[in-house]
Design a protein around this ligand. Sequence first.
Ligand SMILES: [Cu+2]
Length: 145
Amino acid sequence: MKSNKSFFVTLFTAILLAACGKASGEMTIHDVWARPALAGNNGAVYFVIENGTNSDDALLSATTDIASATEVHMSMADGNGVMSMQMQEAVSVPARDQVEFKPGGLHIMLVELTKDLNAGDTFTLTLNFEKAGEIALQVEVKEQP
Ligand SMILES: [Cu+2]
């Protein structure tokens, strides 16, 4: 009976550990979309980064093969309501928090597209995080999310 009891204790511990492992989470990116745009023009990609891990991370850069350059930008309005964009060195994504890339705020700028982006098209964008490393996304081109 004694060995039987220890078996159940072991099993219970294993289940607990498995549950914790799942709860510690990972970096996920969802609601990924891009506006339609013409070759030669700039495009923009939006998404939500969800850091399910227990450590702070940061988005350092992004790459895609359908644009001459891929930059991380933040749109902001000055005191007169004039919009401008600033290139971001890094966008911090705190542990257990989320960061939204959306029109009028953070976005991935596709500088000088090498092909047209029509609604329904998809392409690959790779995000490079300080800790999570590279995460490849399938981006869908849509008029609106
Ligand atoms: Cu921009």
